[in-house]
Design a protein around this ligand. Structure first.
Ligand SMILES: O=C(O)CCC(=O)C(=O)O
Ligand SMILES: [Fe+2]
Length: 211
């Protein structure tokens, strides 16, 4: 089935091409942010993503979560699936991505990336509100969270927790964004609603003890 996925906005091979994981070394641009936070970007890390998206969309046991809001609970507007350390990932390519990230970031992150969280934004009405990944270590120590975007382009926005202008990164299919330093404590991030957007997925790789 073709769902017309566009590869990275920066590197656009024919849809349907074999999935290819490109090098990280020498291909990442780091943007330093105030408060010792930083964001690494590697556009087009993965090309030929259509089949991977399709496979994950069909095979992952997506769950709809609910959050408490005053006296009731409301559905979170996206679907999720979690793969803790040691769990079998839903596609072998994800294990390759995790191993490549672990190898590349070893000097700053000796413990490596272990867990994978998957989110499916079914359309532009799905979103995630401003938050930091602050359950566990991210609340009090520097950490890294790596996000691979698949499917329709969506904005990942970041803004300082204390207030200030937001930065907006448009992530296309196969693009990598890594949040590092104090980012989870001192900045918030969000995926805003995007009317008309097609389905998009993110795969977040995290080190032990970061949720
Ligand atoms: O979908 C994304 O790119 C971000 C997801 C996220 O921030 C999270 O699940 O904690
Ligand atoms: Fe997050």
């Amino acid at each position: 089935m073709s769902i017309g996925i566009q590869d990275s906005l920066f590197d656009t091979p024919a849809t349907g091409a074999a999935p290819t994981v490109h090098p990280l070394d020498g291909a990442i641009t780091r943007r330093h942010l105030p408060a010792d936070a930083w964001v690494d970007l590697r556009p087009g890390w993965l090309t030929g993503t259509a089949d991977l998206f399709d496979h994950l969309q069909r095979s992952v046991p997506w769950r709809a979560e609910r959050v408490r809001m005053y006296e009731s609970t409301v559905p979170v507007p996206r679907l999720m699936a979690g793969y803790p350390a040691g769990a079998r990932l839903p596609d072998p390519l994800l294990a390759t991505l995790r191993a490549d990230l672990t190898a590349h970031y070893r000097p700053t992150l000796p413990e490596g990336f272990v867990s994978a969280g998957l989110c499916l934004y079914r359309d532009g009405n799905d979103s995630v509100a401003w938050h930091g990944d602050r359950i566990g270590r991210g609340a009090y120590r520097d950490t890294l969270v790596a996000i691979v975007s698949l499917g329709a382009p969506r904005v990942l926005a970041l803004r300082p927790r204390g207030g200030g202008a937001a930065l907006r990164f448009t992530l296309g299919s196969g693009d990598l964004l890594v949040m590092g330093g104090s980012c989870q404590r001192t900045w918030d991030h969000a995926v805003p609603k995007a009317p008309g957007a097609g389905p998009r997925m993110s795969v977040q790789f995290r080190p032990p003890g970061v949720l």
